[in-house]
Design a protein around this ligand. Structure first.
Ligand code: ARG
Length: 716
């Protein structure tokens, strides 16, 4: 074997090269390869074998881990009747959708008293991994000499063939995923369950305690959990919702430990991290810090403020917008933090240093020499256009009315033919009814006016769509800001997509003429055409070169120093990360303890505040110290704890397991001082924020008055 072969193999196999000498807890390891880490894990306290984690012939921990809704979160099975724990913020959309002003389970909480009271969640599904397989050797040789485009098509074709072969004659589904920007490929076989029911949730004053103020921060006091149940058909197979379905009998479920934790204890997080970009270049970081991140934050800020104002006015609007608000707010704060920490931790300089090292090593190696020159050129060509799509995606099309406008804009051709137009209008009736049920006009109108102003001010004039000048001419009102306001007002007053009756009238007689002078249609259509015909190519060209060079860079880094590339970036596939319970010092002179307590929840309490209010019975239970079996030696119910496990978004809801594989908490967040963690794992600062399982069970039993705990296997 030549050197390249060995090093690439070491990547693919996940061999730990320098780990033993320099233990960090960085790493999102592939469960099928975790055997390579066993010695290190044992050294850190792990009491099982890696076969207990992943084994395709016997029940193993992986059988208790579920991917939610295609990967937005993780959940874990905790009983032999398919009971599922995940975060409250993962169940949020389901809970908000099931809530009404008169049955407001988002605000009041809910606990089903029997299976019959559990509430089916339309559209929610989960997948359980059956097995995974390295198919790199079946794909890579076929890609030699292909252009980037042909390469993607070939991967797709081979992936489909392999998936089909892997699932023929079964009820499973499979897909092939790319790793390390195309240096490796794995096949994943899943079983899908589409009958998922809500069993219970704490009120959001507990499940989202601390709101956006505390989000992404430690010390934390959020009871971020909710409870679902997986239903299967009579043969225990995944199936669509049916009254005949029965609780799923899993191959494996997690026991729950009440024994408690202390600093240094071994911890393992098992879940589906969504995306990291640990090999991002210095150019990418510069672009993010200076342009893209501020653009995201600015546009999200506009939307959040417009929504918040309306949500505060009445409960129905609040319920309608809550879930989307939470999602937008979550990554609004994420990008603020990421920018701050990239700067504070001097990540740009770290990357520049690494790239200089790489360039020196690459000298004289045809495959690698000069990739950074090519990369710089690609960035230079793309940079003037980079924020155009940001402002479009995060701002202009952030108005909810786009849900109705865009399908019409895209159906321009269809609408010219009366028969097809009629059929299309029929099809849109249902989604329009749904849309108008929760449509909030005042906030939407504001969002159009303000995101248009942001685009107008921040995007180079020569990139503006023609409609901006038309608007300024027709709605002239002194300043662009006033003109855009006037325009938005007219749009929401007249368009077919901004009013239920006008839309209904349109569907009776759909035609292009009916839309010819519709401001909403003109507006979104012009922005879209302008982008697609003139600017999308810059981003497509950039993506293509960026992808190719990333692939070569990672391959080169592996060759230069395999210890730099020990695990592949997160890509929504199942991973194991291990580490320890660990406190930290966020800045000079300040120490953060590894745990928080119920007393801290009370300390943060602000009556009637939308983020720090508490249910009445919480105060009562606290006053009476009614902590049951969940109190620790200090007489506290432990609420949160931190570990140095390597996680990211998508891991939300993941089980935190102790050395014996027992559930001790649910991972739900990252910490402020390491918000740049998706790009660089900072050993000193990166922590994983978890809700302690004892708080979860206390909230179920004492606060919620549910006897669900009886269904669990509790280890004391
Ligand atoms: N930051 C958490 C995550 O991305 C989500 C927390 C949800 N809570 C909130 N206040 N938005 O995993």
């Amino acid at each position: 074997m030549n050197r390249l072969k060995i090093t690439l193999l070491s990547f693919v196999l996940g061999i730990s090269v320098s780990y033993a000498s320099d233990p960090t807890d960085e790493g999102m390891w592939l469960p099928s390869l975790i055997g390579k880490n066993e010695a290190q894990m044992k050294k850190q306290g792990f009491k099982l074998t890696t076969k207990d984690i992943y084994d395709i012939n016997n029940a193993s921990l992986k059988d208790a881990i579920v991917r939610m809704g295609g990967g937005f979160c993780t959940g874990e099975i905790v009983s032999d009747k398919g009971l599922l724990f995940t975060n409250h913020h993962c169940g949020y959309d389901a809970i908000a959708t099931l809530s009404t002003p008169t049955d407001n389970i988002l605000d009041n909480g809910f606990w089903a008293k029997s299976n019959a009271e559990e509430r089916p969640v339309e559209g929610l599904f989960i997948d359980i991994l059956v097995r995974m397989e390295d198919v790199t050797d079946k794909i890579m040789p076929e890609l030699k000499g292909l252009s980037e485009k042909d390469r993607a098509a070939k991967v797709n074709q081979l992936g489909n063939e392999l998936s089909k072969k892997a699932t023929d004659g079964t009820d499973y589904n499979a897909s092939v995923r790319e790793f390390a920007k195309g240096n490796a490929y794995y096949l994943f076989v899943f079983e899908k369950f589409s009958d998922i029911r809500l069993v219970g949730t704490p009120p959001q004053s507990i499940g989202k305690y601390g709101g956006d103020t505390d989000n992404w921060e430690w010390p934390r006091h959020t009871g971020d959990f909710s409870v679902f149940r997986i239903y299967a058909n009579k043969n225990n197979k995944g199936a669509d919702y049916s009254q005949e379905n029965v609780p799923y009998k899993p191959k494996k479920f997690l026991p729950v430990s009440l024994k408690g934790i202390k600093p240094g204890d071994f911890t393992m997080v098992f879940g589906f991290p969504g995306r990291t970009n640990r090999y991002e270049t210095s150019m990418g970081i510069k672009l993010a810090i200076e342009k893209v991140n501020p653009g995201i934050v600015k546009n999200r800020d506009i939307r959040l403020k417009a929504w918040k104002e309306e949500m505060d006015k009445d409960v129905a609007t609040k319920l309608a917008l809550s879930s989307e608000y939470a999602n937008i707010a979550n990554y609004w704060k994420y990008f603020i933090g990421q920018t701050q920490q990239l700067q504070r931790l001097k990540v740009y300089d770290q990357k520049v240093a690494m790239e200089a090292k790489f360039n020196a090593w690459a000298k004289g190696k045809a495959e690698y020499e000069g990739i950074f020159e090519e990369w710089q050129k690609a960035y230079a060509a793309y940079e003037p256009y980079a924020t155009h799509s940001t402002y479009l995606n995060q701002g202009i099309i952030g108005a909810n009315v786009v849900n109705l406008a865009l399908p019409l804009v895209m159906a321009e051709e269809q609408l010219k033919d009366p028969v097809r137009a009629k059929a299309m209008a029929e099809r849109m009736k249902g989604s329009a009814d749904e849309f108008f049920k929760s449509f909030n006009l005042p906030s939407d109108q504001k969002i159009v006016a303000q995101t248009l102003l942001a685009f107008y001010n921040d995007i180079p004039k020569e990139q503006h769509p023609a409609i901006i000048q038309e608007i300024l001419a027709k709605f002239s009102a002194g300043t662009p800001e006033e003109s855009f306001k006037k325009f938005a007002q007219e749009m929401y007053l007249t368009s077919v997509v901004t009013n239920k009756d006008r839309f209904a009238k349109f569907t009776e007689n759909p035609s292009t003429e009916a839309l010819a002078n519709d401001w909403a249609l003109k507006y979104f259509s012009d922005f879209r055409k302008n982008y697609l015909t003139k600017y999308s190519k810059y981003s497509a060209d950039f993506q293509e070169i960026d992808k190719k060079l990333s692939r070569i860079y990672i391959k080169g880094l592996t060759e230069m120093d395999p210890s730099l590339v020990q695990y592949p970036d997160a890509n929504s596939t199942l991973r194991v990360s291990y580490g320890n319970v660990q406190d930290y010092d966020p800045r000079d002179g300040v120490h953060y303890n590894y745990k928080t307590n119920i007393t801290g929840v009370i300390e943060k309490y602000k009556p009637n505040d939308y983020e720090f209010d508490l249910p009445k019975n919480f105060l009562e239970l606290y006053k009476n110290k009614d902590f049951g079996q969940y109190a620790d030696a200090q007489g506290e119910v432990p609420v949160g704890f931190i570990t140095n496990n390597d996680i990211t978004g998508g891991n939300s809801g993941s089980p935190v397991l102790n050395a014996k594989g027992e559930l001790i908490g649910l991972a739900f967040d990252g910490n402020w001082e390491a918000m740049s963690g998706d790009i660089v794992f900072d050993k000193k600062y990166k922590r994983c924020i978890n809700v302690d399982i004892r708080y979860v069970l206390w909230c179920i039993e004492k606060l919620g008055g549910s006897d669900l705990v009886k269904e669990l296997k509790v280890v004391k």
